[in-house]
Design a protein around this ligand. Structure first.
Ligand SMILES: NC(=O)c1ccc[n+]([C@@H]2O[C@H](COP(=O)([O-])OP(=O)(O)OC[C@H]3O[C@@H](n4cnc5c(N)ncnc54)[C@H](O)[C@@H]3O)[C@@H](O)[C@H]2O)c1
Length: 249
């Protein structure tokens, strides 16, 4: 592994478990320091302890609450100095169609996935400006590239994450901040554990994705290796989005 995140501070929302925990481990493995923000206090603290106090800090964060973000930014800067990498990763999913979802279910999914990304960019963005620039990675989904039935709030929120990405990429460019969105296919985590097969019928690469597959992309986008990319979508889905698997007959 390289030292490509030496002297860099990364912030991962929803970093206590799943894909976010994988990204947090990756930043530290490559020489960086990481702030893990999550509502899951025990899991978050355990991960920070595993990574070592000199490398990782856990902060309690509810991404839907602006004051919580401000407190998290203050704690991050106090511990490690300004943040230059933000992964807006916290997300939840609820199953339900347009016809049978309650407004409450729709709302809570939009709040975590979309308001969380907006507030993270707004509040931690100030820290990136202080750092002299950096990279923001917004975690959308393949559900932000196509329609998927039976998870309407999630699809709506993940498409909107693309919109925030494009607007903020334009707005933050003068501050030397790049903003991109990533679109994972199905990876087995607590979020997807109860869902059907990890290998989707249209997927070209017939093996399940792993958290490291997503962390590889996050590490690329967080580093200067991606310096010429901003405001765009990066798909990592085993080829699920390529097209129909049925031959034309
Ligand atoms: N796993 C997949 O197949 C997949 C595919 C595409 C996109 N994604 C996206 O990747 C991200 C991570 O998903 P995951 O699979 O690791 O899920 P996960 O459920 O394992 O992790 C999500 C994390 O977000 C945290 N979180 C939830 N609500 C929060 C809130 N209000 N404030 C702060 N933290 C909160 C959870 O506590 C948890 O630690 C999500 O945005 C998800 O939509 C996942």
């Amino acid at each position: 592994m390289t030292e490509r995140f030496k002297n860099k501070v990364a912030f991962v929302s929803g970093g206590a478990r799943g894909l976010g925990a994988s990204h947090a481990r990756r930043f530290v493995k490559e020489g960086g320091r990481v702030v893990i923000g999550d509502i899951l206090v025990d899991e978050g603290r355990a991960l920070a302890q595993e990574l070592g106090a000199e490398n990782a800090l856990f902060v309690t964060l509810d991404v839907t609450d602006e004051a919580s973000w401000v407190a998290a930014r203050e704690a991050a800067e106090k511990a490690f100095g300004p943040v230059s990498i933000l992964v807006n990763n916290a997300g939840i999913q609820k199953l339900g169609t347009t016809l049978d979802s309650s407004l409450e279910d729709f709302d809570v999914v939009v709040k975590v996935n979309l308001h969380g990304t907006f507030l993270g960019t707004k509040v931690i963005g100030q820290s990136l400006i202080k750092a002299g620039g950096g990279s923001i990675i917004n975690v959308s989904s393949i559900a932000g590239m196509i329609g998927l039935p039976n998870t309407v709030g999630y699809v709506a929120a993940k498409w909107a994450v693309r919109g925030i990405t494009k607007a903020s990429a334009l707005e933050l460019a003068p501050h030397h901040i790049r903003v991109n969105s990533i679109h994972p296919g199905r990876i087995v985590t607590d979020l997807t554990a109860g869902l059907n097969s990890p290998i989707r019928p249209n997927q070209v690469i017939k093996e399940p994705g792993r958290p490291e597959d997503i962390s590889n992309l996050v590490a690329f986008l967080a580093s200067e290796e991606s310096r010429f990319s901003t405001g765009v979508e990066f798909i990592v889905d085993g080829g699920r989005y390529v097209g129909e698997s049925d031959p034309v007959k």
